[in-house]
Design a protein. Sequence first.
Length: 255
Amino acid sequence: MTIASSDSGGGAGIQADLKAFARMGVYGTSAIVALTAQNTHEVISIETVPRQFILDQVWAVVSDIGVDAVKIGMLFDEPTIGAVADALHVVGRAPIVVDPVMVAESGAVLLKPEARHALIERILPRAAVATPNLAEARELTGLGEEATPEELARAVHDLGPAVAVVTGGHTDDGADRFFDGERLELIEGPRHSGGATHGSGCTHSSALAAGLALGDTPLEAARAARLIAGEAVANGLPELGAGAGPVDALGIIDT
């Protein structure tokens, strides 16, 4: 299940999440917490969903279909974070993957500054895995530019998730840093500098959640997610729209 926001441009958000679930061979469900009016180069507006409707969506899925893993994406503001935190009480022992979305590829703010503390306090400690990119890890931990990716992975882990994976899209070597409190692993994969990037983080975290649903260990799921996100970037559409083109997790779009 993805608990996240809708991207009207189709590149990120629940649209990317459901494609990644399909790529992993699992059935995807969703609870939409906000709607964005956006394309490849700008976010025009954001409308959040009422608290009760968020709770109703999660309960509707859990009570009938069931949930084997949860991916949490863009939450935007503190009231939405509170509603999602409460909704998580009904998912039982399903592992939760948190992608702490803060800024869009276009530069638009997707998490209000005053909501950062609520995300750290109410959502991250519930996570089996948190998957910030380099900039998000710095924002969450308060560490500056001098902090290494390895230091950031340890600091994110200190915020409460069982595992921290700092994704490598903005690192010099392109490798993800995986830290579970004991071991630090570098997860490498091919780099695709000419590919599209919009939705790559959503794809990665959703693929990781799907791996956990299938019974993979966090490290196994993180390695598979790195490969699938890389494929999605390579298969993406850099020429679509005026901004960062969307990834293609399914590899079915003829370019």
